[in-house]
Design a binder for this molecule. Sequence first.
Ligand code: SF4
Ligand code: SF4
Length: 222
Amino acid sequence: MIISQNKPFEEILGFLKNSEKIVLTGCGECASACNSGGEAELIAIKAKLEDAGKQVLAFIVPETSCNYLLVRRDLKKIKESIDEADAIVSFACGDGVQTVAKQVKIPVYPGNNTLFIGEVERVGIFSEACRACGDCVLGLTGGICPVTRCAKSLLNGPCGGAKEGKCEVNPENDCAWILIYEKLKELDQVYKLTEIREPKDFSKIAYPRTLNLRNSGGGAIK
Ligand code: SF4
Ligand code: SF4
C-alpha cells in the first residue's frame, strides 16, 4: 500500500491563493485506508476550505486514483464542476495526483505527502516495508528487507553499531540484520549469511520505470 498523509492545511491554502472555485478528489484505495483521501476526509477539508472563503464546487473519491481509465470515468461524473473550477486538490498519493492532472486543463495540487510503500500493522499504524528496488533479495534474508529496514541499506550483514538490538541510526527501530539473523536461524538457513550479495544493480531503478505486460507476453511465470 502507498502510505500518505495530509499536507498542513496552510500549505494547501498557499497553493490556492489565486483560486476561488475548487474541486476535491480523493482515492478509494490506499489514501482512504490512510485516512488521507476518503470521503470523510474530503468532507472535513471542504468545510475548512469554505471557512477560509473558498467555494468547493464538488468532491469525488475515484475508485482508484492511480488508474487512468477509472479516473477518467469518475471525473466525467463531475465534468461541469471541473469546467467551472479554478483548481483541483487531489488527496491521493503522488501517482494519483498526476493521474488526475493528466486529464484536466486546470492546475491540480497535491493535498497529501506521499510517504512510503508500507504494511498496515494495525488500523492506523503503518510501517515502511519495500523501497521498490527492482531486484528483490528477500529470498536471501528470511523475508526481511535490508534495503528498507536497515538504515544504511546494507546487503551483506550488520554495520556493528547496534545496541541492545536497536539500530544505531534510529534507536526506535530494531536492527534489521539482527532480525534477519534470528529469522534465518528459525528457518535453519543461517548459511545464507555467508553468501556474498553483489552490489545492487541500480540501473534497475533508473527513473521513471515502466512495465509493459503487453510486450512481455503477460505477467505470469511461464
Ligand atoms: S529487496 Fe526490499 S526494497 Fe527491494 S524489492 Fe525486495 S522488499 Fe522491496
Ligand atoms: S544498526 Fe543494524 S539496522 Fe542500523 S544501520 Fe547498522 S546494520 Fe543497519
